[in-house]
Design a protein. Structure first.
Length: 177
């Protein structure tokens, strides 16, 4: 896997799609280090999983700035799903060079509205705690198996155990007495 500014390393980019309750809907691995270009495949995987259990498509897809890919965002939007992805990273002051006008400015205007800002802010409270739980609390920092297929199945097992723990804790919290 190539990383910007570093030597290539043996590893995978682990992707998750979660719902509002931090339940993992889809888990995938890629060999590309940037998240650019992975929005549409993750939405497709999430839609497939949701349809497999007779649930509809998501209403809104939220992703951080690394997932910005205009063509993929437009494709998902044409399918009737609202997409909120910031074209600018939180570290940048102002627009990226060449990323002005058209769709970039439309997304910035949407994210500047109170509703858009509130919807996008919920992204931090849904996906970020899941990765924190996995990396810090459960101390999962590397795969134990080798090879893409083996690591993919391990990643999906990790996601499934996250869901089981989440559902178990929910059940304990709702039991009276």
């Amino acid at each position: 896997m190539r990383t910007h500014g570093f030597k290539p390393l043996q590893g995978y980019n682990a992707q998750l799609a979660v719902n509002e309750r931090q339940i993992v809907i889809a888990a995938e691995l890629t060999t590309d280090s940037p998240d650019f270009g992975h929005l549409e495949p993750m939405v497709r995987a999430a839609r497939q999983e949701l349809r497999g259990v007779d649930l509809g498509d998501p209403d809104v897809v939220r992703a951080d700035a690394g997932y910005w890919h205009q063509r993929q965002i437009e494709t998902i939007t044409r399918d009737g799903i609202e997409v909120l992805v910031s074209p600018d990273s939180g570290l940048r002051h102002g627009a990226r060079p060449g990323w002005t006008g058209g769709f970039y400015d439309v997304m910035r205007r949407v994210l500047a509205t109170p509703d858009g800002r509130a919807l996008y802010r919920r992204r931090q409270a849904t996906i970020e705690p899941v990765f924190g739980q996995l990396k810090v609390n459960r101390q999962i920092s590397r795969f134990q198996r080798r090879g893409r297929a083996a690591c993919r199945s391990e990643w999906r097992l990790i996601a499934a155990t996250h869901n089981l723990l989440k559902l178990h804790r929910h059940q304990i919290a709702t039991v009276p007495g």
